[in-house]
Design a protein around this ligand. Sequence first.
Ligand code: OSB
Ligand code: MG
Length: 328
Amino acid sequence: MRSAKLYRYELPMDSGVILREERLKQREGFVVELELDGETGRGEIAPLPGFSLESMDDAYSQLVEQLALWREGRTFEFDKLYPSVAFGLSMAQLELENQLPQSGCYQAAPLCSGDPDELLPKLNAMTGDKVAKIKVGLYEPIRDGMLVSLFLESIPDLTLRLDANRAWTAEKAQQFAKKVAPSLRGRIAFIEEPCQAPGDSFSFAINTGIAIAWDETLQHAIRKDDFKLEDFNGAKAIIIKPTLIGSVQRCIELIERAKALGIKAVISSSIESSLGLTQLARLAQWQLPDEVPGLDTVGLFAQQLEVAWPGCDLPLVRLADQSLIWRS
Ligand SMILES: O=C(O)CCC(=O)c1ccccc1C(=O)O
Ligand SMILES: [Mg+2]
């Protein structure tokens, strides 16, 4: 017998989380629970404001419709669903069928949004490869360049991932690069989307020798029917945020394609709750065991949901205490 439950959660965020210039005070989303013959599978559906095209209401309508069909024995057609819905339902189905391995990759690349004093103790505590991620583009590019150089010069075994979120013009990106000596550039694993225009980012990579990664560009391109990863060469890596991309199967296809083309794939967070985030860590360990995922976002929350992120001591709230809004 098939049955399904749909919860709606609201979790307070740590103060000061800014997304696309808006303060994110709380995070809302859904958790679906599928049950079949005593097995359960869960998935999280949390459209990210400012990034997802679908709203919570859009996702809700589609979820209720799809869950009713699933109850009747139909299979999900993920390609017809909103990315967040496809991701959450496919994850629930995968768990239900015991196909998502338990072990996860919880080693995070610590995320730093500009204050070096915060990052240094975290880096000193890391064993093994030291990889950190710094958001750039929030201050002057010259300052960013000097900061990046300072880190790379003072910590010789450090590798950095940078993320500019398309903040720079070609000229500003150049100002940044000028402050980073060519001998240090190889330790920038990649910079995500340095420029407003993807073409400028591509030229930046060629001209500076600093590797780039596609994040927003991939999210936009994948919405088109004629999407081909081959058309996005020129980048060393792609950032895969499953909530913004679609079903787990679609993400795996993308990972396989990237591997075949010699492009690094990095599983990354769309600020899911600890429930969805731990599933992403399991997906990352399963599909990309040698790649540090971009999942250092549980600390943006003030609470965790149902499943704790290893090593995180934020209070845990139960799913059963969130609102159960639909069941069948
Ligand atoms: O990719 C990561 O390491 C963490 C996730 C992250 O940075 C992010 C999360 C949600 C929305 C946008 C972004 C971003 O890449 O800027
Ligand atoms: Mg990014």
